[in-house]
Design a binder for this molecule. Structure first.
Ligand code: DON
Length: 570
């Protein structure tokens, strides 16, 4: 009965969503500019329509953005298992209606038995796949601890109310989309390898299939009934640890018991007077974003045509230098000292950009990390929420690769992350995103691996302006930077901004990646200046889900058409 009521509510929401979409169309001033869903009061933009609708439903029941976050996160764990998770981790940045800001880190940690060279063979070479596929690649999950910590501080509805919708859709099933069927079919072999045999997800998938997850529903019910301990202790923990042990994993019950999410002060900086609030270490997102935007600020990028040769060149040179610093300086702040203020100071960044030359690409081989005096290092998902009270949350969460380590704790119904690959297994050795790291991001027991996740909020004239973030591994930071510039420097609407073709440079490899739809006319001129172009055919850079506060106070969604992403609002 409860399920039936829920599905009915969902259907009602979908039809009211249609009305909102119609309203959005009417409000289009210029029909050639794509507009996202427009809402008066509240909005959720996420990778799945079910999750966005569930978040909105919670706010209609009186819940705030934090309540909606918990419900949306768990709905994604059911409806978007490629990245939505209870077996992974993430980061959240928030801005309250009164301007107070904060952040939480529910990033995975290295197990206590982890060692610096655990992914190297006797010759000191990286062992293929060990940090990406199977039990050894799993970090101690943080999501459930994060959700409970957030709820404890800001939640207004009972946790059981926020968990129930996810239990309901896990029980009644979700409809597999074309994209999901394709992704699942591609992973069949990896699922078998990681689990040493077939799992529940091993079958030929097609769009329209119904995925029911009874084991996950039971795990979620244990979390509903026992709180955080329903995951980190007792039955779920035992099932998880036994399963991992059988696969020669090293996570223990003690690792789970000891896991703690942490409040972190966000990174803040201004870009032409707008305040940007983003995630601090152990994510590199906020610092790197600040370095890129502060490096280009004095050049007034809006004087160049959007995505033109000059615009791309300027951003790329700032990105190159920021990622070189990332590789050297950044890691878990509880283990390494990070010179954050220095790295973001205008003097330091001016100095870093001093050898930028409009006539010639700066080769990455000639760009090391900057000198700070006195200093001795494929599938994620982002959702943005604004509530009717004016609170905003920006959340990026991940299993790292698609379906993480591919280890599926069958009896408890969830996938585990392969976040250990975000550590630097060996100095100078690229990880799955081609990112290089150093001592600051070396493996140590209990340490958090460096992330690129960049959940971000923008404030203009002391008021909320934009909530933004994306998946995309190393490309996350550059995608967020480009969307901030699209809106602040080029005055684009939210959907218009999200739809723009994107590009990316990360220092090493020394190449610019372009999405296939990018204007190819600028490639030859860039090549003449010494830039290497990589435009692999199927390349997608990020899936940005964002919300913009329009000048009339209404909210505009930007749901990325590169995925099945969808907005819901009222
Ligand atoms: O934390 C990080 O930076 C990575 N684990 C994110 C992985 C990711 O975005 C994959 N998505 N496409």
């Amino acid at each position: 009965m409860k399920n039936l009521l829920f599905i009915l509510t969902l259907c009602l929401c979908v039809s009211c969503n249609d009305q909102k979409t119609a309203l959005a169309r009417q409000e289009q001033l210029n029909p050639s500019i794509p507009r996202g869903l427009i809402a008066e009061k509240a909005m959720v933009v996420s990778a799945r329509v079910e999750a966005s609708e569930i978040g909105i439903e919670i706010m209609k029941q009186g819940g705030n953005a934090f309540d909606a976050m918990v419900a949306t996160h768990l709905a994604l764990a059911v409806a978007y298992p490629v990245a939505g998770n209870i077996g992974g981790g993430g980061f959240m940045v928030y801005r309250m209606e009164d301007g107070r800001i904060g952040g939480i880190d529910f990033r995975e940690t290295a197990p206590l038995a982890a060692t610096k060279n655990m992914y190297l063979d006797a010759q000191g070479n990286v062992i293929k796949d060990l940090s990406t596929l199977g039990a050894m690649s799993v970090g101690v999950p943080g999501s459930i601890a994060g959700l409970f910590k957030i709820h404890e501080k800001f939640g207004t509805l009972p946790m059981s109310t926020l968990i129930q919708p996810a239990i309901d859709i896990a029980t009644t099933g979700i409809i597999i989309t074309k994209n999901q069927a394709k992704g699942l079919n591609e992973k069949q072999e990896d699922f078998r390898k990681a689990n040493k045999g077939a799992i529940y997800f091993n079958k030929e998938w097609k769009a329209g299939d119904i995925l029911k997850q009874p084991a996950l529903a039971k795990t979620l019910a244990r979390i509903r009934d026992k709180g955080k301990d329903g995951f980190y202790k007792g039955k779920t923990a035992e099932i998880m640890v036994n399963y991992l042990n059988n696969l020669r994993g090293i996570i223990t019950l003690k690792d789970l018991e000891m896991y703690e999410a942490k409040w972190r002060d966000p990174i803040t900086f201004t870009y032409h007077g707008n305040k940007i609030i983003s995630m601090s270490p152990p994510s590199s997102g906020g610092i790197c974003l600040a370095q890129i935007l502060k490096s280009v600020e004095p050049y007034h990028p809006e004087q160049y045509a959007h995505n033109s040769e000059k615009y791309v060149q300027l951003i790329v040179e700032a990105e190159r230098r920021a990622y070189a610093d990332r590789a050297y300086y950044l890691g878990d702040p509880d283990f390494v000292k990070i010179p954050a203020e220095e790295l973001m100071s205008p003097q330091y960044l001016d100095h870093r950009m001093a050898d930028f030359n409009w006539d010639k690409a700066t080769p990455s081989t000639s760009v090391g990390h900057g000198k700070i005096p006195g200093y001795e290092s494929e599938e994620t998902t982002h959702y943005s929420i604004v509530d009717p009270f004016g609170n905003a949350v920006s959340v990026t969460t991940t299993l790292n690769g698609g379906y993480g380590s591919k280890v599926y704790v069958e009896e408890a119904g969830f996938f585990l992350n392969n976040e250990m690959d975000d550590f630097s297994a060996k100095p100078g050795e690229p990880n799955m995103f081609g990112l290089i790291g150093a001592e600051a991001n070396a493996i140590a027991p209990g340490k958090r691996m460096l992330s690129s996740m960049t959940p971000t909020i923008v404030e203009q004239n002391n008021a909320l302006k934009m909530v933004v973030g994306t998946p995309g591994g190393s490309t996350i930071i550059t995608s967020v930077a480009q969307n901030i510039l699209n809106v602040l420097a080029f005055d684009m609407g939210m959907q218009e901004s999200v739809n723009q073709p994107r590009f990316h440079h990360q220092w090493l490899p020394d190449e610019i990646k372009f999405e296939p739809s990018f204007n190819k006319e600028i490639f030859d001129p860039l090549k003449k200046l010494g830039y290497t172009i990589n435009q692999s055919n199927s390349l997608i850079i990020g899936k940005v889900d964002a919300i913009l506060v329009l000048s009339n106070g209404k909210l505009e969604a930007g749901a990325d058409p590169r995925g099945d992403d969808a907005a819901a609002g009222y």
